[in-house]
Write a protein that binds this ligand. Structure first.
Ligand code: GLY
Length: 365
């Protein structure tokens, strides 16, 4: 099975397939005919799939796994390897791995000799439904994620769901967190017709966890249709693209206060969605029925809202204040404002802190 989506800006394709991983090599060779290549591949993925991928050893840079590897040192090592291998402006980098590999390779490609092509081959559910598409590339600095980066679209994205067979449950759930996010923002993504993602997710939970290929490919296809619709209209995040940050204001703060160790990105985003739902309910943007229905969808996938008063709410608020998306001294949240729609709402730090310490427990009306 194979389906292809198209991104209008920079004109590139996204292929979603369940083809044999062994066949990827021919596909890449065909796409890169006559070019020098540098493959940046996650160490874990290389251990699991190196033999099947059968890539030439001298064209490979192996990146250790983990967010801490998305740093300036590894960025420089990739650039040096590209230079030593003789890559020129007409050549290509290829990222094979999760979001860390995709982000650092994309940034390296966007700056090598003032910008060369790159191909995204995402191997985690999270990177398949989010970071491999849309051209956000970045590396981290000490204590802050994605501070140095660029918008640089890939030449092509090759998604093969067979990589997910070896993904651990926690990482799979992280991807599910981002997928659930799309169901809350469907209308705001302004896709040409309804996709009914939340309805589909309500029905397909069991099949997703059973790794049913048709269901997985359909869910990835739905999420990417929504993301592409947004990115085509607002590549550089001057407005509409902010809808993709639903759940992320609090989610990022939670990841940061727990040193990126306790929660995966998707788990933190889901906690951000719980917070956004309560904040929207408390400010009368949504009614209790929508609040409850939404919480139930998250709960049906095994997510539970945590007690945030366990964490230092002053510090959480401080982190949100310094978020890249914050404006002046206000904290910007994307909040649900009706079925499948979200809007940007600004709060003062005091308002946010008060809300957090009161714990957003919601009792039926
Ligand atoms: N991950 C959000 C975006 O690509 O804008």
């Amino acid at each position: 099975m194979k389906q292809t989506l198209h991104v209008d800006i920079q004109d590139y394709d996204i292929e979603i397939s369940d083809d044999r991983i062994e066949n990827l090599k021919d596909k890449i060779d065909f796409l890169t005919t006559g070019k020098k290549r540098l493959f940046v591949i996650s160490r874990k993925v290389y251990k699991l799939y190196g033999k099947l991928l059968n890539l030439p050893e001298d064209e490979i840079f192996i990146l250790p796994d983990g967010e801490k590897e998305k740093n300036i040192k590894n960025y420089l090592k990739i650039q040096e390897k590209a230079f030593e291998s003789g890559l020129t402006r007409k050549d290509v980098m290829i990222a094979i791995g999760g979001g860390v590999v995709g982000d650092i390779t994309g940034f390296a490609a966007s700056t090598y000799m003032r910008g060369i092509d790159y191909i995204q081959i995402p191997t985690t559910l999270l990177s398949m439904v989010d970071s491999s598409v849309g051209g956000k590339t970045a590396i981290d600095i000490e204590g802050a994620k994605n501070i140095i980066g660029s918008f640089w679209q890939p030449k092509v994205v090759l998604i093969n769901i067979n990589f997910l067979k070896t993904l651990d449950k926690k990482q799979f759930l992280s991807g599910i967190g981002e997928i659930l996010k799309y169901s809350f923002i469907e209308k705001s993504c302004e896709y040409e017709k309804p996709i009914f993602l939340s309805e589909y997710l309500t029905l397909c939970c069991e099949k997703l966890f059973e790794f049913d290929s048709v269901t997985l490919m359909r869910v990835i296809d739905y999420c990417l249709k929504l993301k592409i619709s947004v990115v085509n209209k607002d590549e550089k995040e001057s407005g509409l693209r902010r809808v993709l940050n639903f759940g992320h204001t609090f989610g990022h703060a939670l990841e940061s206060i727990t040193n990126f160790k306790k929660f995966t990105h998707g788990e933190a985003v889901v906690q951000g969605i719980f917070i956004a739902l309560s904040l929207a309910y408390k400010t009368d943007l949504i009614n209790y029925a929508y609040y409850r229905l939404s919480a139930e969808l998250l709960e049906s996938y095994g997510f539970k809202s945590i007690n945030i008063t366990k964490y230092d709410c002053d510090k959480l608020t401080e982190i949100m204040k310094h978020d890249k998306k914050a404006q002046s001294d206000k904290i910007l949240f994307m909040l649900p404002c009706g079925k499948k729609s979200v809007k940007a709402v600004k709060f003062s730090s005091e308002e946010v802190k008060d809300f957090l310490v009161q714990t957003p427990h919601i009792t039926p009306v």
